[in-house]
Design a protein around this ligand. Sequence first.
Ligand code: F6R
Length: 364
Amino acid sequence: EKGGYEHFMLKEMYEQPKAITDTFSPRLKNGDIVIDELGMSDGDIREIRKIMIVACGSAYHTGVTGKYVFEGLARIPVEVDLASEFRYRDPILDEGTLVVVISQSGETADSLAALREAKARGRRVLGIVNVVGSSIAREADNVMYTWAGPEIAVATTKAYSCQLIALYLLAMKFAKVRGMISESELEEMITELKKIPAQVEMLLNNKDRIQKFANRYLAAKNIFFIGRGIDYAISLEGSLKLKEISYIHSEAYAAGELKHGTISLIEDGTLVTALVTQEELYKKTISNIVEVKTRGAFVMAVTNTGNTDVEKAADYVVYIPKTNKYFANSLAIIPLQLFGYYVSVGRGCDVDKPRNLAKSVTVE
Ligand code: F6R
């Protein structure tokens, strides 16, 4: 059942190119993005005044990425909240707010309760869900399925990657309908989107190099992930992937926030993983790399091919192919998934079933 792979997690990581393709292909038609299941006319899309994204865990992390993508591309204000917070905070949901609930299982108790809360307040809820016919899929006004197929490993990989794709498609569609991007810009983005599966495949095939590197950190006490903008969102997920399956303490920080406290935790040899995929932020993040290196950190950077400035500052560099800036998460997460996986394997942890965790969290 693991198809020759040692763990479901590795198998599912390798299923990502296909899962990503399956998620975008049915929605690309004649150079346009068609999401019939959205149930929204172009007029409805133009009337959206705010998007409220609600989810838990990794799905929340895709929501954080979604905020940057929707705001950057479609210029729609986005708020992202954890479902367990949203449901109890008497949220303000004005007319014109589209609520998006993201969930792999479609059964997460807090996410389902958040959906019900939004519906009770008369708002339209769009579910981005993987499990067909699940509670969130049934109760949402509209469902956009991620076609990742069954995910067994507790640590999500392919469903996460498909959630990102669903968010890109939505943001591109909204941007186009609202006149924020031109026909040719959309065309260019679609061309880049279609390249993602092969790029992911290539990054997965780099696994031996990541494993070798991971083996150097099996006894680490603390590992940090830093980045700005979308790179911060990637950091959140990279950190969760590592800590949930390896039990090594890890934190994700917005790179500029580090000096407001956390930098005191950096010691000689502490591993800091820096995400540097957003060109307009290169210089700012590189200065944070220099800051932590001055305090003794060892820096692994994930950056775009050709960004040689990072090579001068960091100790170890993993390159990802150049893509549209809004899609960088889909590529940069691959080495981080592999890193978490191999640290967990190297430490002899139960990779697919980490202690204390359940695949579907149906209790609050
Ligand atoms: C982490 C992970 C969890 C889930 C979270 C939400 O690898 O899998 O953080 O993302 O429990 O689950 P779903 O998406 O089923 O609502």
